[in-house]
Design a protein around this ligand. Structure first.
Ligand SMILES: [Zn+2]
Ligand SMILES: [Zn+2]
Length: 258
């Protein structure tokens, strides 16, 4: 073999090896690829990982909002307290919050929401910490109809999105709930789906799935009632944030929650 060619190859090998070892070890690169893949499963697939301490002892919950659409500080406290009351995470829940540039679109498709997440999310599983992700966009969901609007959606095993513009328009005015109450309620409802409710990874201990709205609770007063994530329930001022009813709570306990 030509001697020059041999030495060029040798140099390239050294160079590649140096680049890899200087940033991440091969093992760290493999783990990162695996944890990104692990975050692309269906809703409910991580319910046991979220609820129990079997695999993860803490949660890194990343919240990214488009400029102009930050969540209320009180809402974040409400989410953390609510999760801590239901999940077995001895090391706790860590919030990572950051703004991202507003995109100025009126509507966002599911594919676009996922692409924005893929381009910005940093909280993936690392060691014993489970990564979760909330995106707040500056527009509406493109699957809205003339009468029924989504305020938020859960769309992967550890991912949910809030329709920031829709939340603003349906809160903080006469006859509407406060923004803080509305965004907290919708976020808790979507987190309930990620925890496997209803019949979405956390098996029902007794039958209570709404026959007309799958993966929702048949109890009108429950947080997991279908209308909670739409504009329909929130057209009137009602009392505080709805709680999980006993049936939903029992399903979480049976799947490793508390
Ligand atoms: Zn729902
Ligand atoms: Zn329920």
């Amino acid at each position: 073999m030509n001697r020059n060619l041999l030495s060029t190859h040798f140099f390239l090998f050294i160079f590649v090896a140096f680049v890899f070892t200087s940033c991440f070890t091969d093992r760290e690169v493999d783990e990162r690829i695996e944890s990104i893949k692990a975050a692309k499963r269906g809703i409910g697939a991580s319910s046991n990982e979220i609820l129990s301490a079997n695999k993860f002892s803490s949660i890194d919950l990343e919240i990214q909002y488009m400029e102009g659409f930050p969540p209320n500080q009180t809402s974040i406290g409400t989410i953390v307290n609510w999760m801590e009351s239901l999940v077995n995470k001895p090391v706790g829940i860590n919030i990572i919050i950051k703004s991202i540039p507003a995109m100025g679109q009126e509507n966002y498709t599911l594919d676009e929401i996922r692409e924005i997440e893929d381009n910005n999310r940093s909280s993936y599983n690392t060691g014993s910490a489970l990564g979760m992700y909330i995106l707040i966009v500056d527009g509406y969901f493109d699957q809205d109809t003339d009468t029924e609007f989504s305020l938020g959606i859960s769309h992967r095993n550890t991912s949910l999105a809030l329709m920031g513009q829709r939340i603003l328009e349906n809160s903080g005015r006469v006859g509407k709930p406060s923004k803080e109450k509305l965004e907290s309620t919708v976020l808790l409802h979507e987190l309930g789906h990620l925890m496997g409710l209803v019949n979405l990874g956390s098996n029902m201990q007794v039958e209570h799935e709404d026959e007309e709205h799958e993966h929702h609770c048949n109890n009108k007063d429950c947080l997991m009632y279908w209308a909670v994530e739409t504009n329909i329930l929130h057209n009137t001022v009602n009392n505080g944030i709805p709680n999980l009813d006993q049936n939903c709570h029992n399903d979480l306990i049976a799947n490793g929650g508390k």
